[in-house]
Design a protein. Sequence first.
Lengths: 146, 146
Amino acid sequence: MPNTSLDREVERRLSERAIRYTRGRHAVVAALAAADGPLSAAELHETVEGSLPLSSIYRSLTVLEEVGVLAQHNSAKGLTRFELAEWLKGHHHHLICVECGSVEDVLVAAQHESQVDRIVDEISRAASFTPANHALEIEGRCSRCS
Amino acid sequence: MPNTSLDREVERRLSERAIRYTRGRHAVVAALAAADGPLSAAELHETVEGSLPLSSIYRSLTVLEEVGVLAQHNSAKGLTRFELAEWLKGHHHHLICVECGSVEDVLVAAQHESQVDRIVDEISRAASFTPANHALEIEGRCSRCS
DNA sequence: TTACTAATGAGAACAGTTCTCATTATGAAG
DNA sequence: CTTCATAATGAGAACTGTTCTCATTAGTAA
């Protein structure tokens, strides 16, 4: 099992809670680290080499999400996709293709992000809402589909 | 069947495509117009008076969404919710409670919205993406759950 | 090792959604 | 006002993504 800096961070996070960083969980993390957008359980099932069973993938996703290593993303048609949490991969937003359904990550320039933060804070305050995080989802057509 | 200005707009949109504005479809539109956030098929099933069967609700949602009267919103746990499209209810964003899962609409001040538009355009251009619309989703705790 | 518990694999069970088909309602034509 | 053609509905079966169960395997501490 490889031992990148990502692996070390994930392992630390897991071991704090006495949860093991097993081969299956590592495979999921590695696949998501290599992807350029969130993946569903089924997509991981195809991507991961050595083919984990689906039930294990679901379990790994659940565990890794509870621990804060992964973040959920709810796509169209009731599909739940996962990606590395932002503390591992950096803050980003999503470009969602209405044609093919793909989701692509995009980084955001710092000065833009601070504007978004300010807007989020003002909206939340006005609604007595306590914001934890936010996502700017842009729908349209990706370069392949347009 | 009532005949509000909303109904007239919806009916026009449907009749352009030779689709009828039936009692069931009207009930769905009315329930969504009265709600203050997107609703799932099951939630509509409870809300609508006269209890439409679920299969009809799903069909109405599909039709109304294809025609552009409704917009989808993908919530956690594979739940798809619907609300009136923005041309009918105005541009808004969502406050999503991570505790109870509720979704609340919020209007956005014009000067904020133009900032968001500019950011969306710049991100999209950089990625050769053709934006159609966007959503700023704010996750956190609603006033009831915090 | 030994013993205890976490994690896995396979498949059953579940929930939300879509599909099928027989029936009913609607609108157009005569 | 009928008759006809077809759109829409209701009920439930079928489908699909996800979760659960349970027997087995792997990992860890003593």
